[in-house]
Write a protein that binds this ligand. Structure first.
Ligand code: HEM
Length: 71
């Protein structure tokens, strides 16, 4: 675990798909999903914000597949 990019208490988004991130943000916003930090941030996001964040931070399937195949 790199100390620069990960901590024990803030989860890494790198393994999550866009759909998983979008679902988590919507669930934090609605109160369906519990947390310490995200339930305070997520209600401020519009549906368009959530869509953009999910695409930007979501795991890029094609890209990681290509990296897996690299020598
Ligand atoms: C671009 C902004 C952000 C996005 C898209 C985002 C997204 C997410 C997602 C998808 C999860 C669920 C992860 C999982 O289930 O494995 C999560 C959890 C979490 N995130 Fe964020 N996050 C953002 C900003 C932040 C910031 C700025 C902080 C801290 C200052 C933070 C702290 C946390 C923590 C502590 C959790 C665990 C649940 C909780 O206690 O609320 N996040 N986040």
């Amino acid at each position: 675990m790199s100390p620069l990019t990960q901590t024990a208490s803030i989860p890494s988004l790198s393994a999550l798909s866009s759909a998983e991130i979008g679902e988590a943000l919507r669930d934090y916003a609605s109160g369906k999903r519990a947390g310490v930090i995200m339930p305070r941030l997520a209600p401020a996001l519009s549906e368009s914000d959530i869509a953009s964040l999910s695409v930007y931070f979501g795991r890029a399937e094609a890209e990681s597949a290509m990296q897996d195949e690299a020598p």
